[in-house]
Each structure stands twice: as structure tokens, then as C-alpha cells.
Design a protein. Structure first.
Length: 220
């Protein structure tokens, strides 16, 4: 088994940003599980599948192949041979991913791949249930959170910077709704693992969060 760092937390807490930074510092493989779920969600959207149609979602899983590759040091999420990095970060895809990740077939397909990676490599994974379900034996578990208003502001600023239209109130409402769904879903709900270290990033910079987790790693 490789050395595994699991980072869980709600949407917009900064998990991916922090995990990417740490993976470079530690020379670990970064596995963005959220991006993998988003890639599946993109496939469902493109196929016109209703997120409430569990049978159709489950059947479609057999048609999906998702791999992770690195090009010039950048992680690429490949959906059925296509690099979909430029398509999976929209609000529509994020909401579809949250709605469909509750289904057993969706989680089963991706969890298997994620666990295989962790067995053979030093990895950092971030998601909703890494420390509780995917990598319950991870040497380090972090629960990274932030207030809903702080997460909404980050997302708003990110969209504005990209020149996209953004409605702060709607973003915050979507975040609160997604939090509720993620925390109350029947299968693998979002929660802090008993042995995870809680870090609230609401008033911390990226560098401060990275330093906090790096300190935990150095002492492990």
C-alpha cells in the first residue's frame, strides 16, 4: 500500500486546490475524485439522461471509461478517450454529479479504480467520502470545510475572473442545497471521519492550509 492522504469536505472548500499543491510538494499522485464524478455526469448530460432515472444512469455506467493522465505535469480527466478538463467545471455538471453520485453503480465503478491507484502509489485524493469509504485506512485524513458564504464568494470570484456571468445569491443557494444532499444521501454521506483532522479554511489562505496539512504529514 502506498502512503495515502484523504481530503474530504463540502463543495467549494478548496479541496482540489490544496490537494494539487500538496501533490506537487510531496511528489504524490493527485487523484481528483470529484473530477471523475463530474466526467460521468458530463456523459449523462450529453446522453440526455434524467438524473432521477436510476436505471438509465446505472446502465450507462457500463458505457463509460474514465482514466487519469498527466500532460506537461497537468492532470487530465479522459472520458471515453476525450480530454474533458474544459467541460466538467460548470455548475450544471456539478449539480448533475451531486444528484447521480448517490447511485450504487456510479460509486462502485469509480471507487474500484480509486482504490487500485492507492494500493500501488503514494496518492492524495479529495472528495466527499474518501476517508470514510474509499480509503478508510489512509495514513492521514483531513476534513476541509468553510462557511457557505465564504465558499460562494470564492466560486463567484472564480467565475467573474473567467468572464462568466455569476449570481452570488444563486451560487450560495446551490451550495447550501448541495451540502444538504451530500450530507443526507443514503449511500456514503459526507461526514468527518472519526480520525480526521478538521481544518476550517474560511479565513485561511491557500498557503496556510497547505502548511497546516504539510505539518501533519511531516509528523506522521
Amino acid at each position: 500500500m502506498g502512503f495515502n492522504i484523504a481530503i474530504d469536505g463540502p463543495a467549494g472548500a478548496g479541496k482540489s486546490t490544496i490537494a494539487k499543491r500538496l501533490s506537487k510538494e510531496l511528489s504524490f499522485v493527485y487523484v481528483d475524485t470529484g473530477a471523475m464524478y463530474r466526467a460521468m455526469a458530463l456523459y449523462f448530460i450529453r446522453s440526455g439522461i434524467d438524473p432521477k432515472d436510476e436505471a438509465a444512469i446505472s446502465a450507462a455506467c457500463a458505457e463509460i471509461d474514465i482514466t487519469i493522465s498527466y500532460q506537461d505535469g497537468v492532470q487530465c480527466v479522459v472520458l471515453n478517450g476525450e480530454n474533458v478538463n474544459g467541460y466538467i467545471r460548470t455548475e450544471e455538471v456539478g449539480i448533475m454529479a451531486s444528484n447521480t453520485s448517490i447511485y450504487p453503480k456510479v460509486r462502485e465503478k469509480l471507487t474500484s479504480l480509486q482504490q487500485k491507484l492507492a494500493q500501488t502509489s503514494d496518492v492524495i485524493m479529495d472528495g466527499r467520502d474518501i476517508g470514510t469509504c474509499v480509503l478508510p485506512n489512509a495514513q492521514i485524513k483531513i476534513y476541509l470545510t468553510a462557511r457557505a458564504d465564504a465558499r460562494a464568494k470564492r466560486r463567484y470570484d472564480e467565475l467573474v475572473k473567467k468572464g462568466m456571468e455569476a449570481d452570488y445569491a444563486q451560487i450560495e443557494a446551490d451550495i447550501n442545497e448541495r451540502d444538504y444532499r451530500d450530507m443526507h444521501r443514503e449511500i456514503a454521506p459526507l461526514r468527518q471521519a472519526e480520525d480526521a483532522v478538521l481544518i476550517d479554511s474560511s479565513d485561511l489562505s491557500i498557503d496556510e492550509v497547505v502548511a497546516a496539512i504539510r505539518s501533519i504529514y511531516d509528523k506522521a
